[in-house]
Design a protein around this ligand. Structure first.
Ligand SMILES: [Zn+2]
Length: 574
């Protein structure tokens, strides 16, 4: 069943500023059913009366009329973006379009699943007055708040009317389904990755608007090398929060943010480019800055190539080049999520996952990977190029005679396989481990010659727990638990290993120590702010876990932290 729905192109401020329409129409196709709300099998938009808290009736679904093959939602005044009907329809469209982007055959190539045990993601477009928005696993929901605009008296900014913010929060929910360990991770870089991939998803969703793409490129002479509506995230939100000043965005992907300890340079706001290693929001700019720099190079190169091939000006092919390079960038950055090892991961782990998934399919095309490695080295994310080397497409005695259908279907077979090959999978002897449900996925690959083969692979993930010293003072346990693991990707046809990647850093002592120190610093900061509470101190008077703190449990002098990703919004940024 199809439905035509209006959707914000970006946000009201960006549209006015750029002289662009506010809204574009899009078709939602692929939901099993469409109900008033909007509600489908996978998402439900719930609108509560801000004054009474009562659930309000949903927007009415009008089934296809006459010879039309699509239905509509009844929006009384389609020109009023502030009407409840419009907000609900637009947020619905943006959430689903973001999900579809991840599910495409050349991306994950499969339907998404949620990290919580329920069919629907709940979407709350008017969650209350606050300058915030977030995904929360415990309540299965995306919460979008609204707040008065500090620059324009009487105006309200709805985070549910910003395409960037909706795509960003939806991506958090999607990522939680793909790599659930990131939600509990206590490594600042793991949390920063959640944040960074959410920002990149918002960028990719912006690239998909023909109108935004064309408007921006017309105004910049066909280039994204300088600041544009693409690299500055959540413009209206950022601008409305600052009463004055030029800088109206939340985060900027076009940046020189770095982990290099000796860097003394400043960003355009006058802040050091060197970011604190234990602050996930700021850290996320290092990874998004590195990747956006690669995206800019990909666009520039393709624009030049197309202009030569089609004998046109670079400006006239810049829109097409941005669309195509954006899609390549999507495949590089998001497909890698399937290769990411479980547990506490670093930016380097993510870099290796990108390189592995790209190299396994395009061993000859090294250009983009080299750009990526340059960025990772220049920003001191890794000490040298060798740190990002991964072996792909190799045969291995461990899987030569493996029965892949049994590995996917049978837990018993999968545990036997892991037990027998602990060494190959980096599982320490004697340690209990958990095997995740295996994935049998086929993904579409685009080769330079023009062919688009489907590659079928089995993704096998296994994880286990480790303990490490917990330097938080005498009121806290002396040890804490962390999770690490391994991802193995096997080519279904050739039985070769496409990649095997682990987050166990036993063999990388330096990286391990750094990550451990980063964890110490971040946890210490949370303790100082009274945001990390142990056991019953994390519960409210009603016995429920407090929303505004991170809960840790203790058993046998070992501390285990839960839902750490909550701190991404507790500390006040989307
Ligand atoms: Zn976020």
């Amino acid at each position: 069943m199809k439905v035509r729905v209006p959707m914000m192109i970006q946000d009201e401020f960006t549209s006015e500023y750029k002289g662009m329409r506010l809204v574009e129409w899009t078709t939602i196709d692929g939901e099993q059913f469409l109900l008033d709300g909007p509600v489908t099998k996978r998402i439900a938009v719930l609108d509560f009366d801000p004054a009474t808290g009562q659930l309000l009736p949903g927007v009415v679904f009008l089934p296809p009329q006459g010879d039309r093959d699509y239905g509509e939602y009844r929006i009384v005044d389609q020109n009023n973006i502030y009407s409840n009907d419009f907000i609900k329809a637009s947020v619905f469209a943006t959430v689903l379009k973001t999900m579809y982007m991840f599910e495409e055959p050349d991306n994950l190539g499969r339907p998404l699943t949620w990290a919580f045990d329920a069919p629907q993601l709940l979407v709350i477009p008017r969650a209350g007055e606050w300058a915030n928005a977030y995904y929360e696993r415990a309540s299965h929901s995306l919460q979008f708040f609204h707040f008065p605009n500090r620059r324009e008296q009487g105006k309200i900014v709805y985070t549910s009317l910003s395409r960037d913010i909706i795509a960003h929060e939806t991506a958090h929910a999607i990522l939680d389904g793909i790599v659930p360990h990131l939600y509990d991770a206590i490594t600042p870089q793991s949390l920063a990755l959640h944040e960074g991939i959410a920002d990149l998803s918002a960028l990719l969703m912006a690239f998909r608007s023909n109108e935004l793409r064309q408007t921006v490129l017309d105004q910049t002479g066909g280039s994204i090398e300088k600041s544009t509506a693409f690299n500055s995230l959540a413009e209206e939100f950022g601008r409305a929060l600052e009463a004055s000043g030029r800088w109206g965005y939340l985060r900027n992907l076009l940046n020189q943010k770095t982990l290099c300890p000796d860097d003394k340079t400043l960003d355009p706001k006058g802040k050091p480019n060197r970011v604190p290693r234990a602050e996930p929001h700021e850290l996320s700019e290092v990874i998004t800055g590195a990747l956006y720099a690669v995206m800019v190079k990909m666009h520039t190169a393709l624009r030049r190539e197309l202009a030569q091939k089609e004998k046109k000006s670079e400006l006239s092919v810049s829109g097409k080049a941005l669309y195509v390079s954006g899609e390549r960038f999507k495949r590089m950055t998001l497909r890698a999520m399937d290769y990411l090892p479980p547990g506490e991961v670093s930016f380097a782990d993510y870099g290796r996952a990108i390189i592995a998934s790209d190299q396994a399919s395009h061993p000859g095309d090294t250009q983009e990977r080299n750009w990526l490695i340059d960025e990772f080295v220049n920003r001191c994310i890794v000490p040298n190029r060798e740190s990002l080397q991964v072996e792909t497409n190799f045969s291995s005695s461990e899987i030569e005679d493996i029965d892949l259908p049994s590995l996917v279907a049978s837990d018993w077979y999968a545990y036997e396989f892991a037990e027998k090959h602990r060494n190959f999978l980096s599982i320490p002897g004697g340690v209990p481990f958990q095997v995740e449900p295996r994935l049998d996925v086929s993904k579409q690959y685009y080769h330079r010659g023009g062919d688009t083969p489907l590659v079928r692979e089995c993704i096998f993930k296994v994880w286990w727990n480790q303990t490490e010293p917990n330097h938080l003072g005498r009121h806290y346990p002396g040890q804490r638990q962390i999770t690490v693991g391994t991802t193995l990707a096997i080519d279904w046809e050739t039985h070769r290993v496409r990649a095997v990647l682990t987050s166990d850093k036993s063999k990388h002592q330096e990286e391990r120590e750094k990550q451990q120190q980063d964890r110490d610093h971040m946890l210490k900061k949370l303790v100082d702010q009274d945001l990390l509470r142990v056991g019953r101190y994390a519960l409210g008077p009603d016995g429920h876990e407090l929303r505004s703190v991170i809960r840790a449990d203790v058993a046998r002098d070992v501390m285990q932290v839960h839902s750490m990703a909550k701190m991404l919004h507790i500390t006040g940024e989307v």
